[in-house]
Design a protein around this ligand. Sequence first.
Ligand code: HEC
Length: 236
Amino acid sequence: MPHLSELHGAATHLAVVAIPLYAVVLVLRRIGIAPWLASAEPWVGAGAVVGIALAGLTGLLVRGEAQTTLRGGDLRIGTIHFWLGIVLALLVVAVVAWRSVRSRPPSIGLFGGAILALVLVFAQGYLGGRMTYQHAVGVFDGGQLSQSAAGAAQLDVAMSEGESPAIAGRVAFSSAGLGCARCHGDLAQGARGPRLAGGVDLEGFRGVHGHGLFPRRIVSDTDFRAIDAFLRTLRR
Ligand code: HEC
């Protein structure tokens, strides 16, 4: 089921396409090499306005997600994204409105406005990407990482209750735990991911998974050693 942050992502892409396209049209018209673009310009301009309006409206709908996800000062990135969005919207509307009353080739000032809009689109995309990919704003139910957290907690409890690492590690490896088996096979025989039976080293694990599904803050070295103890019980 799509949720609101997906709508913001989808709606934003119209602006991401239309605003740079509009800037290109204005540049070409200023240089004067494509006179036929005169009839296309209003359509591309309208696309930019509709795009920025949809991006803005859906952005307002998902603002709460930034406020309830970014802890403390991390919200700053959301605030900058918000205000840049306002500036970009005003700029796009101003440029398109100015163009609609003056059909002569764009003046140098207007041309500058279009280039500024282009830069702001990239900045907005970068900040939005940071919020989503680095800080998980709008990631539904914690995404795949929620299984990592639940599986690691379960493993820590089993070990603190005195379970042997190999047995606790077997549960952690399975789809009921951290879910390694979903990609490496139930007996670590290899599937989408390589064969792990016989044991693996921590560097290999951190190198592939440490900045993704299994960050160190969730899966500790001790957790890893328990899983490795289980893998060592399997034939290489
Ligand atoms: C979503 C799928 C997926 C899950 C879940 C997953 N892995 Fe992997 N893993 C991979 C893939 C794919 C590779 C190979 C990546 C590469 O070679 O670039 C890999 C590579 C590895 C490697 C490096 C192997 C080598 O030979 O260098 C280790 C170690 C590893 N995984 C351990 C684990 C452990 C332990 C778990 C569970 C805590 C786990 N993986 C869960 C997909 C997964």
